[in-house]
Design a protein around this ligand. Structure first.
Ligand code: SF4
Length: 357
């Protein structure tokens, strides 16, 4: 079995009661069978567990019934670390599973992880470890998986090409993936190799900036397609829509240009931050297309995520009289991730929205 980790994986440390948020509120945590069995044996009838639905009960503010007023987990302190169910024990570590491969990442929905990812200055690399475990999945498409890995390497190369703007990088990964998707749809998966080879000799043109701005609104609108997991986020989205799109196209474009200039002058190396966000989404989700064939959906979702985070930050900057600090960038980023990545319905929705670009 091959295990992969981004090179910042070991930097994470949960700050528990010092956390600016908590991962124990707002989500319904499904308890795995093994933990259910253990709780049943050792803590039968505990009122904090919903025995019928196999989830933890919620208190006011959708807080987990085990979460105490100091934002510490009573299960952890009273019953010990080993009592945690798989979800609680693992978070914010995330694992994508493929035949003989486990890809580990850290979830951007944890504020401490968001801080790490948004602060990275070097290009992300991936560490590999291997052991003797061998598994066999029924119907796993090895060939497709290895082609997807090759495409992903090319996408990394483009995303980490700091010679070109982040907008052009985003544009290029969409264009390349569209061509690969066509090959898949035409049942010509070996044609993917030609797309990869062609990119090396035939660079894609730059994006017209004016067009880019006009394409922002449809991506931002996709936020309204998502199921609402957090009312605060829904309010922030409405507020952003009014602040950015409440005027005409000209005003909207001018705001974007002004914000871009402000970012370049005030947030050091901000394009590296966007690079890390795109690297995060592509590295986590792209190869999952081996199960549904929807590679363009994975890339569109990644670019849309970047645009939505950017737009929400633009709104914040307008609201704050043209100011924004790193903590707010972290806040918007992890809140977005919570809204998207903690709902399979939302991930599926956003992957299946079609854009002209
Ligand atoms: S959100 Fe992250 S830092 Fe905060 S308590 Fe959860 S795991 Fe720890």
């Amino acid at each position: 079995m091959l295990y992969t980790y981004p090179n910042y994986y070991d930097k994470f440390k949960c700050v528990a009661d010092k956390c600016i948020d908590t991962c124990c509120a707002g989500w319904q945590i499904l308890i795995d069978d093994e933990s259910m069995e253990k709780y049943n044996k050792e803590h039968t009838g505990d009122e904090r567990i919903d025995w019928e639905n196999e989830v933890f009960h919620h208190c006011k503010g959708k807080r987990c019934a085990f979460l105490n007023e100091n934002n510490l987990c009573d299960m952890y302190t009273q019953w010990g670390e080993d009592s945690l169910c798989v979800t609680c024990d693992r978070y914010p570590r995330h694992i994508e599973e493929f035949e003989n491969v486990r890809e580990y990442t850290l979830s951007l929905s944890c504020p401490e992880v968001a801080k790490i990812i948004l602060s990275l200055k070097d290009k992300v690399t991936f560490i590999e470890k291997e052991d003797d475990v061998i598994e066999e999945y029924e119907d796993f498409d090895d060939l497709m998986f290895s082609l997807l890995e090759d495409v992903r390497i090319l996408l990394y190369k483009i995303l980490q090409n700091r010679e070109i703007s982040i907008k052009d990088r985003a544009y290029q990964i969409i264009e390349i993936t569209k061509e690969c998707q066509n090959k898949i749809n035409e049942d010509d998966i070996f044609g993917i190799n030609d797309v990869i080879d062609e990119y090396e000799t035939n660079l894609i043109q730059s994006l017209n900036e004016e067009d880019y701005y006009q394409k922002t609104l449809p991506r931002f609108k996709s936020l309204y397609e998502l199921e609402v997991l957090n009312d605060l986020w829904a309010d922030l989205t409405d507020e952003a829509a009014a602040l950015i799109y409440g005027g005409d196209t000209y005003a909207c474009n001018e705001l974007h240009k002004e914000f871009e200039k402000w970012l370049d002058n005030n947030i050091h190396a901000n394009s590296i931050m966007w690079e890390q966000v795109l690297m995060y989404f592509i590295s986590t989700y792209f190869c999952g297309a081996v199960y549904d064939g929807n590679i363009i959906g994975k890339v569109q979702m990644s670019v849309t995520s970047l645009v939505c985070i950017y737009e929400m930050l633009l709104a914040r900057w307008i609201k704050n009289d043209r100011q924004l600090d790193f903590d707010e960038i972290v806040f918007i980023t992890y809140m977005y991730s919570r809204e998207l990545e903690h709902s399979d319905i939302n991930l599926d929705t956003i992957e299946n929205i079609e854009y002209n670009i």
